[in-house]
Design a protein around this ligand. Structure first.
Ligand SMILES: [Zn+2]
Ligand SMILES: [Zn+2]
Length: 141
C-alpha cells in the first residue's frame, strides 16, 4: 500500500492542511475509515476545550455522563454511561448481549458489567444474575 500526501480542508476553520503519507499509514494501520476532519491546531483546540465543555450535559443533550471507550471484546468504539474502571472490561451493547449468555465464566463478568451499566438508573441487574447462579448451583435433582 502506498500513500501520498493529500490536501484536506479543515471542517472547523476551513483552512487546508496536509494529511501526510505517514498519517495515512497510521490511519490505515488503525483501520480508521474516515479522513481527519480538522487541522492540527483546531484538533488540539477542540481536545483542550472538549474536556471542559463538550462532555457536559448540554453539549450532546445528555442527562448523564457518556464516556467514549473501546469495547474490550471486539474493539469498536462505544459509549458507556459510566466511567470505565481501569482493568475492568467494557463491552459494547452487542458483546454485552453475547456475554450475558449463561456460561459460568462469563456470568461473573456479565453481572459485574450489568451492575455497572445499570448503576444509578434504579434498575438492578444483580438479582436475576443471582437467580441464575442459584439455579446453576442447585440443578434439578
Ligand atoms: Zn482548522
Ligand atoms: Zn464489542
Amino acid at each position: 500500500m502506498e500513500f501520498l500526501d493529500r490536501l484536506l480542508t479543515c471542517a472547523d476553520c476551513g483552512g487546508e492542511f496536509i494529511f501526510t503519507a505517514g498519517e495515512q499509514l497510521f490511519f490505515f494501520d488503525k483501520q480508521f475509515k474516515n479522513d481527519p476532519k480538522r487541522c492540527k491546531p483546531c484538533k488540539s483546540k477542540r481536545a483542550g476545550v472538549g474536556l471542559k465543555t463538550a462532555t457536559g450535559p448540554a453539549a450532546a443533550g445528555l442527562s448523564r455522563t457518556e464516556t467514549r471507550t473501546e469495547c474490550s471484546e471486539c474493539g469498536i468504539e462505544t459509549t458507556v454511561p459510566f466511567k470505565p474502571t481501569q482493568g475492568r472490561p467494557v463491552l459494547c451493547r452487542q458483546c454485552f448481549k453475547v456475554k450475558r449468555a449463561p456460561t459460568t465464566g462469563a456470568l461473573v463478568t456479565a453481572a459485574a458489567t450489568a451492575e455497572m451499566v445499570t448503576g444509578g438508573s434504579g434498575e438492578r441487574a444483580a438479582p436475576s444474575a443471582e437467580l441464575m447462579a442459584a439455579a446453576a448451583a442447585a440443578p434439578l435433582a
